[in-house]
Design a protein around this ligand. Structure first.
Ligand code: KIV
Length: 271
């Protein structure tokens, strides 16, 4: 008798429970095929709004529409079985008020089937995070270098170089934990500050260009695969996917030009 193996998805409370425990492996995924592969190894699959820059060649994440996040979120949920799928709330979909944030987060949850949403901001977003979590929407927070605020931050700049600003960044991390976020992304924060926040925070910290003392790490998949010609400096490149695609496409082009590709007779043999 065959036995069905039922795979259960990792939940937001399970990620919360990993504080100080086994490090959390997180990666971005934007579509079903990569989700299927990432899901074999990662605890969290983030459908990041970085897809605007990575897939659509936008200059920033500011122009990413909610419907696009929902379409990619649905694909990643369909392509995965085990990891917690977290979908980014795009710029303009949550800042106005907790009620607007709830309406859009509820759409994301209902239309994608994801397990949580992520939004950017610390102290200023705490009321919204509380509003969502009290109404059944798990929230992953994101503080430090928040790309949706590049115009007020003055660019993609590492946060905390000036130690006088450490209390503000710490207050952001503290506020999202108190508001009920199940984890917090620490992006672009100087190493000693990210380490200090990780030691002090009651929720898991997930670093990106952060510290090994974080409870986990997230990277943009295309950056670590060697698929981005100019990855950020802090990224360790684990694959040469860009070169592999280039070599495969070159072989294909050579086959076509020399008429050596498999002919139709192999694919559709005559009876
Ligand atoms: O949009 C994204 O991919 C992100 C990660 C880089 C954390 O927010």
């Amino acid at each position: 008798m065959s036995q069905e193996i039922v795979t259960r998805r990792i939940t937001a409370p399970e990620i919360f429970g990993r504080k100080g425990g086994e490090p959390i492996v997180a990666l971005t995924a934007y579509h079903a095929n990569t989700a299927r592969i990432v899901d074999n190894h990662a605890d969290i699959l983030l459908v990041g709004d970085s897809l605007g820059m990575v897939l659509y060649a936008m200059d920033s994440t500011l122009g990413v529409p909610l419907d696009l996040m929902i379409a990619h979120g649905r694909a990643v949920v369909r392509g995965s079985k085990r990891g917690l799928v977290v979908v980014d709330m795009p710029f303009g979909s949550y800042e106005e008020s907790p009620a607007v944030a709830f309406r859009n987060a509820a759409r994301i949850m209902a239309e994608t089937g994801c397990g949580a949403v992520k939004l950017e901001g610390g102290v200023r977003m705490a009321d919204t995070i509380r509003f969502l979590t009290e109404r059944g929407i798990p929230v992953m927070a994101h503080v430090g270098l928040t790309p949706q605020s590049i115009n007020t931050l003055g660019g993609f700049k590492t946060q905390g170089r000036d130690t006088a600003l450490w209390p503000l960044i710490k207050a952001d991390a503290q506020a999202v934990a108190s508001a009920g976020a199940f984890a917090v992304v620490l992006e672009g924060i100087v190493e000693p500050l990210a380490a200090e926040i990780s030691r002090e925070s009651s929720i898991p910290t997930i670093g990106i260009g952060g510290s090994r003392e974080c409870d986990g790490q997230i990277l943009v998949l295309e950056d670590m695969l060697g698929y981005n010609p100019k990855p950020p400096r802090f990224v360790k490149v684990y694959g040469e996917v860009g070169n592999a695609i280039d070599a495969a496409v070159r072989s294909y082009a050579d086959d076509v030009r020399s008429r050596t590709f498999p002919g139709d007779e192999n694919v559709y043999p005559l009876k």
